[in-house]
Design a protein around this ligand. Structure first.
Ligand code: LER
Ligand code: MN
Length: 283
């Protein structure tokens, strides 16, 4: 079976070493490093206000100069830096969050990329019990799904493990939410690190996602560099190919002592894996 994925790597201008972002620092330099290592694109973590006219023009120019695509934009920092989520029980606060999310979506449209919806979903709380949480989140997601669809942007709903979120921890649960709410522009985003904690079988989860799979994060079982641990990436890649996935496989792993080296190793690992399968299947 032919592997036809694009390779991406996660990046933020600044990051704590505990964040699973291999690349950081100046964006143009990170894009050049990513391309040299063998990646097609870079996933950008940032705040919505950074994507103003000037910010977008700069990113476009750097993409052109380096040949890097934007694999996706990530919205998690809106939540981690403000504590506000798409499930805010208070209407004015939720309205503000939606307005910021629309800025991310507008930026994604200009950069021809998609938007990750992960931590910004928020969590249950004493004043936001599950029933209210899901009702509010549904409203938010329906509004953003239409807004994104009108701009040819896809929303990528990341399935995240129980230690970081209260819901959308499995592929099945997340897929049901998308289907029940008829979110036509929202796709599943799987991450091998979270899947290894929550799913009985990683390959079965990929099959469950099937054609609704829109984005994929790769780290090994320890969340270190793919290929360093016990996850079976040849099997995972074969399953991605079997469901017809052609999107980005983005390395979102811990940087270790040298994030650039880690990124290089991860790209090399996936390039070898793809090359050997593609040589084999063309014989
Ligand atoms: C969270 O653990 C995660 O996987 C990220 O993609 C969210 O920023
Ligand atoms: Mn992830």
């Amino acid at each position: 079976m032919k592997y036809d994925f694009k390779l991406g790597v996660s990046y933020a201008e600044e990051r704590p070493l505990s964040a699973p972002l291999p690349l950081c620092g100046e964006l143009g330099e990170a894009m050049r490093d990513a391309r040299q290592a063998g990646f097609d694109g870079i996933e950008l973590h940032g705040r919505e206000y950074e994507f103003d006219r000037r910010g977008i023009e700069r990113i476009k120019r750097l993409c052109e100069e380096s040949g890097a695509e934007i694999a996706a934009l990530a919205s998690g920092r809106l939540y981690t830096q403000t504590g506000l989520s798409l499930a805010e029980p208070e209407a004015a606060r939720r309205g503000w969050v939606l307005m910021q999310m629309k800025k991310y979506i507008a930026a994604a449209a200009e950069l021809h990329t998609d938007l990750i919806i992960g931590w910004v979903r928020g969590r249950f709380a004493a004043d936001n019990p599950p029933e209210l949480y899901f009702r509010t989140l549904q409203e938010s997601m329906k509004e953003l799904d239409i807004y994104a669809g009108d701009r040819q942007v896809r929303l990528l709903m990341e399935v995240i493990n129980r230690y970081e979120t209260d819901s959308f921890r499995t592929t099945k649960e997340t897929l049901e939410f998308l289907e029940e709410n008829e979110l036509e522009n929202t796709l599943l985003h799987l991450d091998t690190f979270h899947m290894n904690i929550e799913e009985d079988s990683l390959c079965e989860a990929i099959r469950t996602a099937g054609a609704r799979l829109g984005y994929f994060h790769a780290a090994d079982n320890t969340r270190r560099c793919p290929g360093s641990g016990s996850l079976n990436f040849p099997e995972i890649a074969a399953e991605l190919a079997a469901v017809g996935y052609h999107g980005f496989v983005t390395v979102e792993c811990l940087p270790g002592s040298d994030g650039r080296e880690t990124a290089k190793r991860a790209a090399g690992y996936f390039r070898d894996l793809m090359r050997s399968e593609n040589n084999h299947s063309s014989r």
